[in-house]
Design a protein around this ligand. Structure first.
Ligand code: ZN
Length: 510
């Protein structure tokens, strides 16, 4: 087995050395990106664009070099190497990435990195002023570059120009499959949301307006992240406008959250979400397989399944609050006086259509994703001109969620993704919810005393399960195979809907 002494093949050793160096360059890019979101002054944008473009080019050149290709081919023809399942999985994934990377010219990689760095700055300004017209030219550029990328990556048999983009974030997923899963989901989700709107009972939500000073919240959020299992010797928790997790490399995982003085539950949800991503990063076997696919996350959908599990399946559960509410009351004293677990549980599970994706509940969240998935495919195909995006967005919000969008800031300018060139990314959020639910159903069967443990503040059993079943494998199994292996079934919307119907049904008495 390859774990201790992976190979005596000089070609494989040389390939691994290349992968390791590429990883180090990648970690520099990751750190620059973290800095851009948290620390960089506004006037640093131009230099950052050059830095990002240059690093992007170096990484791309290394990943597509003749030397790299030769080494890979030599390893693939070595029967002894392919006989080892771990090495075979590594080679399969290195080949996949290589075959894709060589299809994209370096000039496009550079242009993409430069354009998106500037576009993010432009997006930030236009969002602040709620002025779509100043972001529109950048989005036009990004859609055009994305179209070129999709054309470069298309292979014989690619039926949908969205396929190669989706594949970047969710390897192996096809647009047609996502359309089908989303259709099933919508068919059961829409009636549930309608039933909630017509329910007589509605949970009290005064907990969402309790004011707690931010410095005290920071202390508490760090405590919670540490308690559920995020390792602060190998990571940090900082503040940013949009919470995120950046895996820099082995021993260095950066989380951010955001604080609202008038709603401490908001920061806590974000912290649990990002800590879920962070614990996945920390659980990947990065030291054992440095730079190799076996140490990388499977897909964004699986990544998101980990964050949504901690945020929702744990963080919006009654057992969690049995432990967390007394802990919060100890930290905040009188500020949380007179609140009980039942009230927090009800308030954490209110279902109500809202304008902002990241603030939305577990049910309506997925409608936000479907809207973005449909609109970005229409942008890509050219069916929807960029200038018509705000109108199309507002129409869909009205149709799907019954809401009027008062301005673009709370409409099509709310998310950073398109300014980053991340078209193809959104569906992975809902896939993450579905994976999380399917894993959770399995966890409930395998860990029958989990609720009691969580209520006692013991999250080690759950994290241990995730480490063993998911984290330690890295990219060894593609997402659909991992799902089958862990749950015995292919991904479906059913476990998610069962979970949601049971919970929402109980909270609203429907
Ligand atoms: Zn996430």
């Amino acid at each position: 087995m390859s774990d201790q002494n992976p190979s005596s093949s000089p070609s494989y050793d040389a390939l691994r050395a290349e992968l390791r160096e590429i990883e180090v360059f990648g970690s520099v890019a990751a750190l620059l990106s973290w800095d851009q979101e948290t620390m960089m002054p506004a006037n640093g944008t131009s230099l950052r664009a050059e830095q990002a473009a240059l690093i992007g080019q170096v990484v791309h050149d290394r990943r597509t070099s003749e030397k790299f290709g030769d080494l890979l081919s030599r390893c693939e023809t070595d029967a002894e190497l392919s006989a080892d399942p771990a090495i075979a999985a590594n080679l399969r994934e290195v080949r996949r990435a290589f075959d894709q990377a060589v299809l994209i010219p370096t000039s496009l990689v550079r242009q993409f990195a430069e354009t998106t760095t500037h576009a993010q700055r432009a997006w930030r300004d236009s969002r602040e002023r709620s002025d779509f017209s100043s972001f529109a030219p950048w989005l036009e550029k990004i859609v055009a570059l994305t179209r070129s990328k999709s054309e470069c990556l298309a292979r014989p048999g690619t039926v949908d120009p969205y396929d190669p983009l989706l594949d970047e974030y969710e390897p192996g997923a096809r647009t047609a499959d996502v359309v089908e899963v989303f259709r099933d989901l919508r068919a059961r989700l829409a009636p549930l949301i309608r039933a909630v709107a017509g329910a007589d009972r509605r949970p009290e939500d005064r907990i969402h307006s309790i004011r707690i000073p931010v410095p005290r919240q920071i202390e508490f959020n760090v405590k919670i992240a540490r308690h559920v299992g995020f390792d602060f010797d190998a990571g940090r928790l900082d503040t940013s406008t949009h919470p995120f997790c950046q895996g820099v490399g082995p021993g260095d995982t950066r989380l951010t959250t955001r604080y609202r003085e008038d709603d401490f539950f908001d920061a806590l949800s974000s912290t649990l979400h990002e800590a879920g991503h962070g614990m996945y990063e920390q659980g990947l076997p990065k030291e054992r397989f440095p730079g190799e696919p076996l140490s990388e996350p499977v897909s964004l959908g699986i990544h998101e399944s980990q964050s949504r599990m901690w945020e929702n399946f744990v963080g919006r559960s009654a057992p969690f609050w049995e432990w967390a509410l007394p802990a919060a009351q100890e930290a905040f004293g009188d500020l949380l006086k007179g609140i009980d677990t039942e009230e927090v549980y009800g308030a954490m599970n209110i279902v109500e259509p809202g304008l902002i994706r990241v603030d939305s509940d577990e049910a309506t969240y997925n409608l936000h994703i479907m809207l973005r998935f449909d609109l970005e495919r229409a942008l890509l195909s050219g069916e929807l001109p960029v200038s018509d995006l705000p109108g199309a967005w507002n129409e869909r919000m009205k149709a799907d969620l019954g809401l009027n969008v008062p301005d673009d800031r709370r409409g099509c300018l709310q998310d950073v993704h398109w300014s980053m060139g991340a078209i193809g990314y959104f569906p992975t959020y809902t896939l993450g919810n579905l994976y999380a639910a399917q894993f959770w159903a399995q966890i409930q069967q395998q860990l029958p005393s989990l609720d009691e443990r969580m209520a006692a503040g013991d999250f080690g059993e759950l994290l241990g399960w995730l480490r063993g079943e998911i984290h330690q494998h890295g990219r060894r199994f593609p997402a659909p195979d991992l799902c089958q292996r862990v749950t015995g079934k292919p991904l479906s919307a059913l476990p998610f809907m069962r979970y949601l119907e049971a919970k929402v049904g109980a909270v609203y008495g429907i």
